[in-house]
Write a protein that binds this ligand. Sequence first.
Ligand code: UDP
Length: 383
Amino acid sequence: MKKLLVVGAGFSGAVLARELVGLNDVQVLVIERRAHVAGSCHTSRDDETGVMVHRYGAHIFHTSDVEVWDYVRRFSEFFPFVNRPKASIASGVYSFPINLHTINQFFGMKLDPTEAARFIARKGEAIAEPRNFEEQALKFVGRELYEAFFKGYTQKQWGCDPRELPASILTRLPVRCNYNDNYYDSIYQGIPVDGYTALVERILDHQGIDVKLDTPWEDDMRDEFEHVFVTGPLDAHYAHRFGRLSYRTVYWDRAVHCGDFQGHPAINYTDMSVPHTRVREHKHYAPWESHDKTVVFTEFSKETSTHDEPYYPKRLARDREILRDYAALAEREHKVSFLGRLGTYRYLDMHQVIREGLDFARLWSAAAAAGGRRPVFPESFRI
Ligand code: UDP
């Protein structure tokens, strides 16, 4: 029986491994450098409070892709959860993402949706083709809302001027002229009842899959396997030979309090005068549980150095040049494929990574069955 290796036990690696054993007569080994599965979606209970903590930052599952939604629910029950963060600035706490409530609060008005749409259109600056995050925001909402809710947060989060960042980052956020404060436009949204790690463990629980934790990739492993699927960082896989792709990382201050600390799962601090980006109170991500104490994480962002976890791909112009070199090198390989947020250096959400895992397993299996060239990157990979 053929042996395949998957490097990384996050959503990408787990879904891929599971689908590969379903579609081929193969045995899959999944190796994971960390001591747990689920990658940066890892959840475990806080010892002191019993609260389920999202160890690398809170994750809210959302998708409009019914196959992905059905897929994750095969492995876990999901409870409904709608992401409605708040934004805190000097003048108060506002509804967020920007919606009619925010506009009326911020400008001290009582506009209806039609009036608000006209008002925001007048505020928006006449920029025909926004070339960066700032121009996109100015076109979208005008200077006052941009400076209150986007500029400082973005500068803190990415560590650079918003004019250096692609406009696409802003398109993650809706701006609405009604009272809908749901962060996502997705049809389905929720959180797995017993956490993401239990979910990923169940995806990997198959007789055709072996999982080895605390096991980093080493070059000589490739000889034992028919094919290697890498879901870890693309540049690290090649020992950074063309340089490092830049990532932002985040870190947290943890504090325990009694009762309810901030009355909400997530409050963003969008002002530059506050050093952190957001405060997350994890027990509010599981409102179906009850805990006397509460554990709170204040989140800070910084540049990634050698020993930090890479979370947010920056994809600045220089990064894309380096990425081109790595991608060309990868394309010359015969036995290696790259997948997921780190493997393809793209700012992907969980549902997108799962979609690509499902599609890639099918693509690779069809190529293997036909004896053709195996795909190296997912079809939607772009530099
Ligand atoms: N953003 C912002 N203000 C906020 C929240 C987000 O300006 O209060 C911008 C910021 O540039 C951020 C981007 O929107 O990096 C995407 O935010 P999202 O919440 O999607 O980031 P994630 O949840 O992945 O950390």
